[in-house]
Design a protein around this ligand. Structure first.
Ligand code: GDP
Length: 299
C-alpha cells in the first residue's frame, strides 16, 4: 500500500492539493466553487459525481457555516463516499465442483490486457494457486508471444493456437487443459478490436459460450487505460454492452493525473474497480484500496 500511495501521489497529488488550496480560501465564493468544479472535471471525475461532491462540500463548508470544519477532513470524507460505494472488490477466481474458475480479460488493444493477465497470474501463483493462461488474442501475434514470455516468467503454462486461429478454440483448449489438470484458475487474454463492435460481440460471445460448457466464467475484467480519459469511458460503455463486466482494472494510473476516472467508471458501469496498474513491472498491480487512493489524491 505504501507503494500505491507513492506511485499515485506522484501523478495525482495535484488534484487533492489543488482542491485543498481552493477550499482553504477565506471566502468560498462562486468563482471558487467554479474552480473546484473545473479541477474535478479536468481530473475526469465526470459531471454528475462532480456536482454531487461540490453540493456536499458546499453544504458542509458553507451552508452549515461550520467555521471550524477542517476542509481536509471534510474533503477526505466526501471523496471516500464518492470512491467507495459499497462494492465487493474481491477477485472471483475460484470455480465450483472441482472445476477451475475462469477469468476473462477484455479491453481495447494497448490498454494493458496481456500485461495485466501476466501480473494477475503472478499474484495468484504467489498465493499458492495453480494457473493456466489462454492466449486468445490471436489477432496479434506479438500478444501471444508476450503472454508466452509472462508464462515463462511466472512459471505457468500458456495454451496457444497457431497464428490467426479462432480465439474461441484457444479459450476452449485452455479451459479444457485447466479442467483436465485440475488447475485452480484459468486466465484468458482476448483481442480488442473495437472498430468492429458486432464482430467483437460475436467473438467474445463465442469465447464465453465455449468456456461455459466446461467451467464457470467467474470474472470478466475490463482493462481500461486511465490516461485515455473520456475516450476510455466510451470504450468502457461499449464493452459493458458486449459482455457482463464484473470488475475493472485501471492501468497506467502511475502515468495519469486523471484518477477521477475511478469515480466516473464505477458510476457509469455500476461495477467496482478491483485492481490498479501502477507500472510496467511484474509487481506493479495492486488491489484497489479506496482509503489509500483518497489519501494519495490528497497527498
Ligand atoms: P494489450 O494490447 O491490451 O494486451 O496491452 P499490453 O499488455 O500489451 O500493454 C500495452 C503497453 O502498456 C505495454 O507497453 C505495457 O507495458 C504498458 N502497461 C500495461 N500496464 C501498465 C501500467 O499499469 N502502467 C504503465 N506505465 N504501463 C503499463
Amino acid at each position: 500500500m505504501k507503494r500505491l500511495r507513492e506511485r499515485l501521489s506522484r501523478a495525482q497529488g495535484g488534484l487533492g492539493q489543488g482542491l485543498l488550496a481552493l477550499l482553504s480560501r477565506d471566502r468560498l465564493d462562486e468563482d471558487t466553487w467554479e474552480s473546484i468544479e473545473d479541477t474535478l472535471l479536468t481530473a475526469d471525475v465526470g459531471v454528475t459525481p462532480t456536482q454531487e461532491l461540490v453540493g456536499a462540500l458546499r453544504t458542509r463548508l458553507r451552508v452549515e457555516g461550520d467555521k471550524n470544519a477542517d476542509p481536509r477532513t471534510v474533503l477526505r470524507e466526501e471523496l471516500v463516499k464518492l470512491v467507495d460505494p459499497d462494492m465487493d472488490r474481491r477477485l472471483q477466481v475460484s470455480g465450483t465442483d472441482g472445476r477451475p474458475g475462469v477469468v476473462l480479460v477484455v479491453g481495447v488493444n494497448g490498454a494493458g490486457k496481456t500485461t495485466t493477465v501476466g501480473k494477475i497470474a503472478r499474484i495468484l501463483v504467489a498465493e499458492g494457486r495453480t494457473v493456466t493462461l489462454g492466449a486468445a488474442d490471436t489477432f496479434r501475434a506479438a500478444a501471444v508471444d508476450q503472454l508466452a514470455t509472462w508464462g515463462e516468467r511466472v512459471g505457468v503454462e500458456v495454451v496457444r493456437g497457431p497464428e490467426g486461429s479462432d480465439p474461441a478454440s484457444v479459450a476452449f483448449e485452455a479451459v479444457k487443459q485447466g479442467v483436465e489438470q485440475g488447475t485452480d484458475t484459468v486466465l484468458i487474454d482476448t483481442a480488442g478490436r473495437l472498430q468492429n463492435k458486432a464482430g467483437l460481440m460475436d467473438e467474445l460471445g463465442k469465447v464465453k459460450r465455449v468456456i461455459e460448457k466446461q467451467a464457470p466464467v467467474t470474472e470478466v475484467l475490463l482493462v481500461l487505460d486511465a490516461t485515455t480519459g473520456q475516450n476510455g469511458m466510451i470504450q468502457a460503455r461499449v464493452f459493458s454492452e458486449i459482455v457482463d463486466v464484473t470488475g475493472i482494472v485501471l492501468t497506467k494510473l502511475d502515468g495519469s493525473a486523471k484518477g477521477g476516472i475511478v469515480v466516473a467508471v464505477q458510476r457509469e458501469l455500476g461495477v467496482p474497480v478491483k485492481l490498479v496498474g501502477l507500472g510496467e513491472g511484474a509487481d506493479d498491480l495492486a488491489p484497489f484500496d479506496s482509503g489509500a487512493f483518497v489519501d494519495a489524491l490528497l497527498g
